[in-house]
Each structure stands twice: as C-alpha cells, then as structure tokens.
Design a binder for this molecule. Structure first.
Ligand SMILES: Nc1ncnc2c1ncn2[C@@H]1O[C@H](COP(=O)(O)OP(=O)(O)OP(=O)(O)O)[C@@H](O)[C@H]1O
Ligand SMILES: [Mg+2]
Length: 134
C-alpha cells in the first residue's frame, strides 16, 4: 500500500474519527477486491474546493451496471455476494453520508479489470465548510 500527499493541501475542518471511518471503508474495499501483487494507493491533493482524497486500487474493477448503485445502502456486487465475502453493503453508503455531512462529495470511477478509484472531497476552511457542518 502506498500514500501520496501533496505538501500544499489546505486545512479542512473535519470529524477525524468519522473521516477515518470513511478511509477505513475505502481501503478495506480496495484490499478485498485487489488480488495479491496488486497496489492500493491513498493520495491527497489540493483542488479548487478543498482537499481531494483518492483511494485507488489495481483490482478487479466494478461492472458498469453496478457502478451507479454502489453508494446505495445494502448494495453489493454480484461477485461479492457469490463469494460470500465482505459485509453488509453499507460501507459506501455510510462513507457518502459522512462526506456529505462535511459538505463534500464522493464518487467512484472504475472499469472491469482496470481497477477502481474512489474520490472524495472535503471543503477547505476558506470555502465555507463551517456552514455545511451541522
Ligand atoms: N474497490 C472496489 N473494487 C471493486 N468493487 C468494489 C470496490 N469498492 C466497492 N465495490 C463494490 O461495491 C459494493 C458496495 O461496497 P460497500 O463498501 O458499500 O459494501 P461491502 O464492502 O460489500 O460491505 P460493507 O462495507 O458493509 O462491509 C461492494 O459489494 C463491491 O461489489
Ligand atoms: Mg465496504
């Protein structure tokens, strides 16, 4: 597993425990769906809204028909079900809830056989994230 953090990322206001849970969910998904010899990378960089965090893997990827649904509660890909591995299909739904509560966004990019990237943003202090925090 590798990590890359740009030195100029802006400070963000966040609930570190909950954002840590988001990262743990994304990394455990990546590890579960990446065969031995693959690579899982976490990176953080500055963008116009704040900080953009990406967890990418070189694993099996997500079927095109599954991709629009993976953030839905209880949604699990067919492969996960048939292999009887993994959890309840809640990790990404919880991750989305936490990111949105911070005023951020989360999305996934993937293609079968070509790995997966899950990208979430957290607004920087200057971009007014205090208003988004409840
Ligand atoms: N990195 C990934 N590579 C391939 N498929 C993925 C990846 N991340 C998520 N998925 C697919 O998206 C589905 C939903 O993911 P989610 O994290 O919500 O649930 P889960 O991992 O199955 O269970 P839980 O997170 O509740 O333990 C997974 O079942 C899997 O099919
Ligand atoms: Mg999960």
């Amino acid at each position: 597993m590798a990590g890359e953090i740009d030195p100029d990322v802006d400070p963000v206001v966040m609930d570190a425990t909950r954002v840590g849970r988001v990262l743990a969910n994304l990394v455990s998904n990546a590890l579960r769906h990446t065969p031995g010899g693959g690579v899982v990378t976490i990176s953080a960089r500055r963008n116009t809204a704040g900080v953009e965090v990406t967890v990418r893997d070189s694993g099996e990827g997500i079927p095109t028909e599954d991709l629009p649904h993976i953030f839905d509660q209880f949604y699990r890909g067919e492969k996960s079900r048939s292999r009887q591995t993994g959890g309840a299909g809640l990790g990404l739904a919880i991750a989305r809830g936490i990111v949105q509560a911070h005023g951020g966004t989360i999305r996934a990019e993937s293609a079968p056989g070509a790995g997966t990237r899950v990208i979430f943003t957290l607004p920087s202090v200057e971009s007014g994230c205090e208003q988004a925090m409840i």
